[in-house]
Structures are given as C-alpha cells and as structure tokens.
Design a binder for this molecule. Structure first.
Ligand SMILES: C[S@@+](CC[C@H](N)C(=O)[O-])C[C@H]1O[C@@H](n2cnc3c(N)ncnc32)[C@H](O)[C@@H]1O
Length: 221
C-alpha cells in the first residue's frame, strides 16, 4: 500500500474540505440515525482516557462531553464548518478542550512525543487509503513513546444480509461523508513499524471495528 506525492495528497485533502463545507451544515441531522448507536459507545470508549489527548477528525464534537475531567484535549478537524460546531459542544465538556483546523496527514503545528492518547472515531474511513500512512505517521510522531491510541472505524460485513444493507447505503455515505466501508486502516497500522496493535474488537457485528494500540518505546541504546 503506497503513500502518494504532495500534489495528489493536497488535491485529496482539498476535495474533502470542499465536501465538508457543505456537509457540515447538515451533518448532525444526516448522521442522527447512526449517532443513536454511536452515543452508547462513546462514553465507554473515552472513560479511561487521561492526560494529554489529541482527537483527530473531531467532526461536530460528539466525543467531547465524554472525556473525563483529567484529560486535556487538543481536538482538530480539516473542516472549519465542523470545528465551528464542535466549539459549541466544547463548552459543555468536563475537561479542557482546544480546537484547531488541521489536516491529520500534516498536523505540523502539534509537538512531537507530546500526547498520552490519540483518539479518532470515523475519520480513517473518510481518509483515502493513500493518505492513511501519512496520518498514521503523524499519529506516531505526536504520541509519547508508550502513548496509546484508539481508532473506531467501519468495515464491510461478511454477513450477506448486512453487506447488502451496507452496499445500499455506500453511495450515500461516500457522497455525503466521503466515507467508505472498504478502507484498510488496520492493514496500514500493521505496516506502521513504530506502533503496535494491542487489541481489536468489533463493537457491533463485524462492522464497527475498534483498534487499540500504542507507540513503541525507543529501542534501548
Ligand atoms: C465521519 S466524520 C466523524 C466525526 C467525528 N469524529 C465523530 O465521531 O462523529 C469524519 C470527520 O473527519 C474529518 N476529516 C477527514 N479527513 C481529515 C483529515 N485529513 N484531517 C482532519 N480531519 C479530517 C472530516 O472533516 C469529518 O469532520
């Protein structure tokens, strides 16, 4: 699985930003049927998160109120429209939150070896496969050695009935959110040598995959 040159990456990010310029206006309404199940998962996902936390692709900020007070969250998204909505939700968070408009593949302004946690829910299913190694390399760069990550993503099911339903929704999901069920996030992570996967678990059927892991400590000198 290859990465891509700068011009291709720039164009893909511009396309996503354009898409979310429009989608941000309707995101919470369109996503409501799915959010009804996600909102049962978000608190459990974030309950153990402490210290310096970065959330990539924060969207409209649905996770923010579930971080415990012991977390200090730096959250970002590439869409100014999504960040604007998230900033309203940030006011209701129990922890300190700072919001930024940044691209996960080039979050250059975030410091290296700084964060205890990297959280991302449903961003990697939006991010085209050729950009995922770049975003994962940034994740590794900004995490402390031993820092942990949780990525929640969706996948095509092997169950023919579920698969039929996913295929029915796939064109809508791609058109509106830029998201796809056939991204290879787990495989890209397996290829990222500076991190290790500790656990993978489906939250629903074989479709919503939670990937947990950490940045490897540096090898002994
Ligand atoms: C499907 S939404 C999920 C939002 C939120 N994480 C949630 O759980 O509801 C995907 C979000 O990822 C953002 N995104 C996609 N690619 C990104 C990138 N390269 N850098 C930062 N944000 C990105 C989109 O703008 C969008 O807000």
């Amino acid at each position: 699985m290859s990465t891509c040159d700068n011009a291709t990456a720039d164009e893909a990010i511009r396309t996503l930003r354009r898409k979310y310029r429009l989608t941000s206006w309707f995101y919470d309404i369109l996503d409501y049927p799915w959010e009804r199940q996600y909102r049962r998962w978000r608190p459990a996902l974030l309950a153990e998160v402490r210290g310096t936390v970065v959330e990539a692709g924060v969207g409209t900020g649905r996770n923010l109120r579930h971080y415990p007070p012991q977390a200090t969250v730096t959250a970002f998204d590439l869409s100014p429209g999504m960040v604007r909505i998230a900033s309203k939700r940030a006011k209701k968070a129990a922890c300190q939150v700072s919001l930024h408009c940044l691209d996960a593949t080039r979050a250059l302004s975030l410091p290296s070896n700084h964060f205890d946690w990297y959280i991302s829910t449903f961003m990697y299913c939006v991010l085209p496969d050729h950009l995922q190694p770049l975003a994962l390399a940034e994740m590794v760069r900004i995490l402390k050695p031993g820092g942990r990550f949780k990525l929640l993503e969706m996948r095509y099911s092997k169950d023919p009935r579920l698969l039929r339903r996913q295929r029915l929704f796939a064109p809508f999901v791609e058109k509106v959110y830029g998201a796809r069920f056939d991204r290879h996030t787990l495989e890209h992570l397996q290829a990222e040598e500076r991190s290790e996967i500790c656990a993978t678990r489906f939250l629903k059927a074989d479709t919503y995959l939670l990937i947990q892991g950490s940045k490897k400590p540096p090898p002994p000198a």
